[in-house]
Design a protein around this ligand. Structure first.
Ligand code: PHE
Length: 473
């Protein structure tokens, strides 16, 4: 490859290191906390199927595009887009893609950190044996009392943001690489233990049917958008996290192979989490659509009843915190890399600045579960009738900003970058796979994203009204 740039922030020590870091970014609260609760809210099987199709057809090709752009630019997403747009003679406006990603990262991390704080709190709650022998009601009331206390949520949020910034301040390769190496396999093992428990004592069959038997009558148009948005969210796509990690990737690594490996691992973790949680939901007569508290209201029941439950429970939440930690780092890395490149800050100062901003944004989510729990800013729209500020933040980022970012990444990689550049960077020969990838990102992914956007508009009343008026429904 010619004209290789070098990153001023360093490079991953190996291909494995990148896979681990990217998996660390992808696997997180999205898989274990969010996937089960949104699958539950959107009726299960059909939702899961759409999500899996989106991973395969949209997620993997866009991940390759994003890693490729990152490695070619070798800078923060903002500067990478600036450099590549100039090099490929695309318009200057492409730099906005980098900016939008930085904004999305701040917004996502602001609520991500609050939820990670819950997981942190649960390390101590499970570890102390608080759940031993409790029924579903008892477990639920512990959750409710936690989230209704803003001070407590704020304290955990503050701790988690601090943890994140400490690692970010120390730089990419050292800390992140080492931690992920053994934590990810441990998380895997523990999920298997939980699935085993669900197999023995939950309504396993019913749980599997809920997850894997598609019933399209249960899936709304908005549900399809949520499934697609989640494919982006769970793979960390569309906001520059994977791009910035790609910028630290050694030049010789096959982008296709690593992207597929990361996507498969991520999907497996989500499905395992679902298989652990839904049997417990049904065995205890709980609601699959219980919302963001779902895992905190189900898994502790299992831990409260299994042998060594306090130990396993504590271990599980410790691993969940680590999974969230390695994702959080990647959410803020694009912003920090930019502050270092353009503002001449040290990594430490950049991390402090970014941390403070995120912490402030996080207050919106902290209050959404207590002081503002009745505040539903868009309740005029049927789809957002019950949405708190936190729900709306999540909707805006995961279902709108990330797919839009991903769409633009696909367009840039396949319409703006020359064939020669992408062929050179992907390095997978000119035969079958390269043309397939190019076809997918040129046509299929952009069209799919746009169609899902348009389809979801059916669920927005104002639009329905207009469609009715002009006679199309
Ligand atoms: N993929 C992470 C998760 O599933 C969240 C994330 C989104 C991280 C976007 C980085 C960028 O938890």
């Amino acid at each position: 490859m010619e004209g290789q740039r070098e990153s001023i922030h360093g490079q991953w020590s190996s291909r494995l290191a990148f896979i681990l870091a990217a998996t660390g970014s992808a696997v997180g609260l999205g898989n274990i906390w969010k996937f089960p609760y949104i699958a539950g809210e959107n009726g299960g099987g059909a939702f899961v199927l759409v999500y899996l199709v989106c991973i395969a057809v949209i997620g993997i090709p866009i991940m390759m595009a994003e890693v490729m752009i990152g490695r070619r630019g070798r800078q923060s997403p903002i500067n990478t887009m600036r450099t590549l747009a100039a090099e490929e003679q695309a318009g200057r406006a492409w730099v906005m893609l980098g900016w939008a990603g930085v904004l999305a990262g701040f917004l996502i991390l602001s609520y991500y950190s609050v939820i990670a704080g819950w997981a942190l709190a649960y390390v101590f709650r499970t570890g102390s044996g608080l759940f031993t022998g409790l029924t579903a009601d008892g477990v639920q009331s512990i959750f409710t009392s936690m989230v209704s206390d803003p001070e407590r949520l704020l304290a955990w949020h503050t701790i988690f943001i601090t943890m994140t910034m400490v690692v970010v301040a120390r730089g990419v390769s050292g800390g992140i690489e080492k931690a992920v190496k053994f934590l990810m396999p441990a998380l895997f093992v523990l999920l298997f233990v939980l699935v085993g428990y669900a197999w023995n004592s939950g309504s396993f069959q019913q749980g599997l049917e809920f997850l894997f038997q598609p019933d399209f009558n249960k899936l709304s148009a908005n549900g399809v958008l949520i499934a697609m948005g989640h494919a982006f969210f769970t793979l960390s796509l569309g906001m520059g996290a994977i791009m910035v990690y790609g910028s630290y990737l050694p030049a010789t690594t096959s982008i296709a192979k690593v992207s597929i490996a990361v996507s498969l691992m991520d999907t497996l973790v989500a499905l395992l989490a679902g298989m652990a949680i839904f049997p417990i939901v049904f065995a205890n007569g709980l609601e699959p659509g219980a919302g963001p508290g779902l895992i905190f209201q189900t898994l502790p029941i299992a831990f409260g009843h299994m042998d060594y439950g306090a130990f396993f429970g504590m271990l599980f939440f410790v691993l969940l915190v680590f999974a969230a930690w390695s994702s959080a780092i990647s959410l803020i890395e694009p912003a920090v890399a930019w502050l270092v490149e353009n503002k001449g800050l040290t990594r430490v100062t950049a991390a402090v600045v970014a941390g403070l901003v995120t912490w402030l944004f996080g207050l919106m989510t902290v209050f959404s579960f207590n002081l503002w729990s009745e505040f539903k800013p868009l309740s005029g729209f049927e789809v957002f009738r019950d949405s708190t500020v936190f729900d709306l933040l999540d909707y805006l980022t995961a279902n709108i900003m990330l797919p839009l970012g991903g769409l633009l990444i696909a367009v840039f990689a396949s319409w703006k970058m020359s064939r020669a550049s992408s062929l050179d960077e992907l390095g997978m020969g000119d035969r079958f796979f390269y043309p397939l990838w190019r076809f997918l990102v040129r046509y299929i992914t952009p069209i799919a994203v746009i169609l899902v956007f348009l389809y979801a508009l059916r669920d927005i009343e104002a639009i329905q009204y207009i469609l009715n008026a002009i006679g199309i429904t």
